[in-house]
Design a protein around this ligand. Sequence first.
Ligand SMILES: *Cc1c(COP(=O)(O)O)cnc(C)c1O
Length: 437
Amino acid sequence: MTTTLADCRALDAQDPLRALRDQFTLPEGVLYLDGNSLGVLPKAAPARIAEVVTKEWGEGLIRSWNTASWFDLPQRLGDKVARLIGAAPGEVVCTDSTSVNLYKVLFAALSQQKASGRKLVVSERSNFPTDLYIAESLCRERGFTLKLIDASELQGPNSALTDEVAVLMLTHVNYRTGAMHDMKAVTAAAHAVGALTVWDLAHSAGAVPVALNDSNADYAIGCGYKYLNGGPGAPAFAWVNTKHAGQFEQPLSGWWGHAAPFEFTPHYRPAPGVGRYLCGTQPVIALAGLECGLDTVLAAEAFNGTGGAMAALRTKSLALTDLFIRLIEERCAGQGLSLVTPRDHALRGSQVCLSRQNLEEPQSGSGAYAIVQALIARGVIGDYRAGDSQMPDILRFGFTPLYLGFEDVWNAVEHFVQVLETGEWRRAEFNRKNAVT
Ligand SMILES: *Cc1c(COP(=O)(O)O)cnc(C)c1O
């Protein structure tokens, strides 16, 4: 039996998380399937940011470092992130960008492995480019070699995990495909050959349950402006396993990572634990926006006593992505679409990615870019990621259970059907490339 609009409405009526949507300002007429790129605006953010600007900055001035607790923001927000990624209080700081934090944690992991003589950093060919670019330059500078593999090479008799590997650097949920690694199993396999692990949680934090301590991971970083709804360019976060606390090096040894910054001593003495991952003065206004975003995710804790926010959100996230896959397959059959994201729940993040074979005019490309543009013009906002000789063009749709409902999924697919069946996407206006896709 095929799925109907009435079925979707019934799912919304039974959805215990429905009220969480009221935490957001969503523009009229928009179906937002891009919370994996930039999360939506929390209702609380404009007033909170205005308060930080006019009261804490305008009136409190320099006193606000103490009176408004500006000084503790990276740690206080880090404790909130910790609740979403299976870490403990005091293990996470919110600071800098994901790229910069990756530089810091990868540097630390490489330093720890220096005496071992191991020379390889292993990552996935399909990892997010900034991760590979940062690793490339660090490897060059520190005398390591970056080896790029496919996920399948992490297992089996010819596994790329050998005793030459210093660090395995992976993104937990792949940005292009939505495929998710088994963090615990992969970490164990890396440790079995003596490698350290660096996990990028950019598409995991706020999207899927993460268990850093239970997985015995070594280092992790993640993004504040995607599923954590922290606002454009929001500070990212960094985590380090407490077993490394006190021994890892921070290459950007600025005064905010000093054990006692206001003693103004001439020599660097790192703060204990993850506090040393701070570098310079923190972006207070941006951190205030991030806190509003974190609170929208943590609000889901009220719906699951023991499993935390992410257990409650995960159930709905999988129901949304399952529904989207089912509706696309039922209603867009014969349009050349294929599912790129794994069907297996254990291997799927909170996004669904499709590729397209242009059955009528194979020579003129997949049409994926233009289809996404036509959908955006109808208010269905997803995104497009270009392919190359090894990977297909991708139509990418992120599902944020905090504010998306089942009828939204129905409506998005309805637009999708119309864009394909009318050939609307062939219009010239949808085939011109913008600077940001
Ligand atoms: C989004 C994303 C980033 C973003 O890095 P910035 O420094 O914030 O630009 C990094 N890595 C991955 C895997 C991402 O998905």
